[in-house]
Design a protein around this ligand. Sequence first.
Ligand SMILES: C=C(O[C@@H]1C=C(C(=O)O)C=C[C@H]1O)C(=O)O
Ligand SMILES: NC(=O)CC[C@H](N)C(=O)O
Length: 838
Amino acid sequence: MTLQVLLIDSYDSFTFNLVTLFRDLTVHPEITVVPSAHLTPAYVSSHLFPALLAKFDVIVIGPGPGTPLQEDSDMGGIPHVWRAIDKYYAGSYRWVPPVVFGVCLGFQWILLAYGHPVVRLPRPRHGLISVLDVTEEGKNDLFAGLDGKDIECVRYHSLHVQYDNDFAGNNDIVPLAWSRDENEEGQKVLMAARHKTRPYWAVQYHPESICSKYGAQMLENVFRLSEEHTRLRRQWINKVLEQDHLPLLKASILERQDVLETFLQGRQHRCKILHKWPHQSANRLETRDRQADIATTTLFQYIVDLPENVNISQFVTELCEQVFEFSGVFSLLESAAAPGSWSYMGFNEAIPHRFTYYIPDPFLTETSTLQPQVWTVDSIDDVWELLASVIDVNISQVVQVGCGPNNTDTRISFDQLKEIVRRSRESGLDELPSFYGGLVGYVSYEAGVVDGLNVPVDHESPAEVPDIDMTFYTRSIAVNHNSRRVFIHTFEEQNFVAIYRSWILRVAECIEMLPEVRRAKGRPAKERVGAAIAKFNDKKIPGDIRLPDKDEYLAKIDLAKEYLASGDSYELCVTDQTVVIEKGSLHDGSGDSNISFKEMRSDWAFYKQMKAMNPAPYSCFFRSKKSALIGMSPERFLRWDNNLGECELRPIKGTVKRTSKTTLEEATAKLKTPKEQAENLMIVDLIRHDVAQFCENVEVTQLMGIETYKNVYQLVSVIKGTNMRPGVTGADILRGTLPPGSMTGAPKKRSVEILQELEGHRRRGIYSGVSGYWDIMGHGDWSVVIRSAFSVGGQGTDVERIWKIGAGGAITALSDREEEWEEMKTKLEGTLRVFQNV
Ligand SMILES: C=C(O[C@@H]1C=C(C(=O)O)C=C[C@H]1O)C(=O)O
Ligand SMILES: NC(=O)CC[C@H](N)C(=O)O
């Protein structure tokens, strides 16, 4: 019979790594995760509880923020469960309770329960590695078979158990391992222990961390050592069920089994615990009726090969400017630096088809005509459902323009194209686009806080920009920087085929005319085209800059450190925002509700300057009537491919300023320090946990690689999720993993709550959110909105337009306040310089 494990989750950001570690053991247990708050006293004292204890062979008390000394606020239902289990040992009948295994907070809880004091470490150890000194008892117990090995373990704790061998009480605890290195007070710290007679084990470190060694072997030992106990226990339960000598207990095990199932419903799968996902919305939204255009939609594709020596960056710029002339406002997602290799542009005719949503409004606005359409939504679930229905375009055929003999068109089905793309990507080739049209936009930080984490936002001021803002593009251009191949796409109803076909041919013609293409082909530029492009070389108007207040920032760091010392957080990404007030008339007087040429041009000039000064792989340019986002992010948040069932995340943590004097060796030396590595490791473990909720397999394909950008060196890790669970899509992963862990710290939920307090309950808005695309073929790619400026307002004439530039950095126990201030300024400067250099 499969072994059953119940993992009590204290809202840690590493829980699902622990689940994966258990899942992959040779015993292959079935794991159920229950948030600690669900185990209420009423539940534990009910008849249901014996059924729970009968069902599970092992109870894992997981890690988490806070302290076991604050039972009420930090331990949820753990104390009630613990006492109920313990009661059976003291009881008159011989109940055989489950095995208990504690991790970190769980370890501290168990040892505290036996009278060992839990106190603060002189200095917290977060994301730091220690080698274990295994005791003689430990060698035959939890660490059997590991003798002579360096058992490296990752630690995430601020508190520790002050174990005293000469403990005055009745010492039932046997130390199994200590940290080999001593803490600042010259003590070794207790890292693993067991109960003298009962099947209770616990570890202070995190065996599930990517940098911990032999975690699986240690857990195999737990199952091996408790095998006999579990056998007897099961025998005993069967006896209770067969005979009638404990009628009450028998009744509660049997009769309450159904109630237990209801209680656990949705949380117990074979290692597929989606306790927050997928969201089941009871009141489904009236489905957005796209049937009209579904049956008759054609996707056109046209391919242009650029000459060898074309400068792609210049090409992308000129192409945007030229196509804007006849296609209007566009969005651009550009790979302006390595490792990015694609740029995507989305175009629409005069009126963009745009979806905007403000939390917690009961409606979503769709602007596709001058008269906006308003959709009623019960919750944010409905917003995502609606967006998914927009993306679900049923394309009847794909026309590859001019791809046949003598430039004739060829036709394939959409499924055929999808299969070609899938195969190409499966074989690791990056030759075909990932964006064929679809939604492009952003999701704010607060949307992630409310939706992904279920933490309410309590800001006093209303949102300045929508929390979700996405435009649906039916016309797009994809540029492959490596092969210099350009893919032009458009899809629309059959009725308009002639128009749309002509759009792609017009773009193709326009490409041939671009000065950069003509230069690369050794031909002189066309004067008319050059003049049109010159119009864009507008200079920015200088603005008033209001930098964050240094003392305030330092005070935030100090307070953050206090939360790190108390065990409430392991890492906190503290941020602030710089405000730039841009003066001057932006409106060209055309008076309509669309974005004027002048507004567009002004911000585009700004984008170009920013790209020249600080090019980044995930650059973006979005302009809507009310807001603009101009970003130079080096950080991919999430890329997905539904057809392959895969996703990839590239969190960055660890920053070193780059000047003309710094060498890569110097930067590497700084980034290889325990401080920077710990920062990155914590986020890698957090992201692994996030992804493990949606994908069967999670792999770290790059651990702390160093990447060089114009102004900074960064420590970057890559986490890949494969085998998305049945029913999961990339958009589900996006929703479920926001806000980006690199912008919160760990554990995410508690850290976000702390950050709200530290940052004065001010909104981060688009900053710390994500921007990117969600395409019609099942791909998506989103970057973290950092090193970016976003504007709010901007309507009317002679207005003051406000730009906001967020910047911050991860604070850990090892952070130095002055250095952190400098790091924040370094990140800010790359973006701010554009406003200063005008
Ligand atoms: C907070 C920012 O950046 C984040 C913090 C980093 C760090 O602490 O090293 C690195 C990349 C980002 O995840 C920012 O750029 O504003
Ligand atoms: N990772 C954990 O479970 C941490 C436990 C506790 N909050 C501490 O900091 O010591």
